[in-house]
Design a protein. Structure first.
Lengths: 208, 65
């Protein structure tokens, strides 16, 4: 009986120590290593490690597109579910964080656009003359913007333009990374950025 | 390249808000269900191509010399 008890304690003890060792090993994985493990084994427990690394950032990005904390929570839940299904499509050509932010923005943009009732009611500023971009907004001009006013301007901007600006200036994605993520040529990326910068500057100027 | 401390885009979010702790459980439950569905789907659809290919394949007779 005592031997059995001892054996049980040893087994339970081993399981706990294995768990703590494996947890610390998982924490040392790079994003790419972790993703390879998740995809090859379809491991939902390892996916929890990825969730712990990025849930806060994804949730806060969702807050920028959602109207309430509950909405952001639902968006985050859906994004992580979709991420588990689509994780195999990450090719490693860009940083995982940049890819994930793009994934998040795409999901949020689709959500905002799908919500037609909201689209009608919101105050998105539309520009008819999108082909004619008369001025070039420099990065220095963006630098001088006040945070509060910029936040309001971004709320009024089309979600597609908002997401490319955030990817470039908040998440630090390079043109090359944007090319890979958005599957567009660099000239198209630059044009989209240029238009988005012009639009946000125009809206910014109209704010009190 | 914009300097981080001067870049207003970097300061848009302010202090990051914490994720509600109950969300992790919801996500992991969703993921477990998705995994089950993916594995069940794999059982029924995975080998269709191979089966059809096998049915259509004709055995090549060895050449008699």
């Amino acid at each position: 009986m005592t031997f059995l008890k001892k054996l049980c304690f040893i087994i339970i003890g081993n399981q706990f120590s294995e768990k703590s060792v494996s947890d610390s090993v998982h924490e040392k994985y790079t994003d790419l290593e972790l993703i390879e493990q998740i995809v090859s084994k379809n491991d939902s427990m390892l996916f929890g490690v990825l969730y712990d690394r990025y849930s806060k950032l994804v949730y806060n990005k969702c807050l920028g597109f959602a109207k309430s904390n509950k909405e952001a929570e639902d968006l985050t839940q859906d994004i992580f579910l979709m991420l588990f299904v689509k994780l195999g499509s990450f090719k490693g050509t860009s940083k995982f964080s940049t890819w994930l932010y793009s994934f998040t923005y795409n999901f949020c943009v689709n959500y905002v656009n799908r919500n037609k009732e909201r689209k009608i009611n919101d105050n998105s500023v539309k520009f008819d003359n999108q082909e004619d971009v008369p001025i070039d907004v420099t990065d220095n001009l963006l630098l001088q913007m006040q945070v509060d006013k910029l936040k309001k301007a971004l709320e009024l901007l089309d979600p597609e333009d908002k997401s490319i600006l955030l990817l470039k200036y908040q998440d630090g994605a390079s043109i090359k990374e944007l090319e890979d993520i958005l599957d567009l040529k660099s000239s198209a990326i630059k044009m989209r950025l240029k238009r988005a910068k012009v639009k946000v500057t125009e809206i910014y100027k109209t704010l009190p | 390249m914009l300097e981080q401390d001067k870049n207003p885009f970097k300061n848009l979010q302010g202090d990051l808000k914490d994720v509600p702790p109950e969300l992790r459980k919801k996500v992991m439950e969703d993921v477990a269900t998705a995994k089950l569905i993916m594995e069940l789907t794999g059982l029924f659809t995975g080998s269709f191509a191979a089966i059809i290919e096998g049915m259509l394949k004709t055995k090549s007779k060895p050449n008699k010399i």
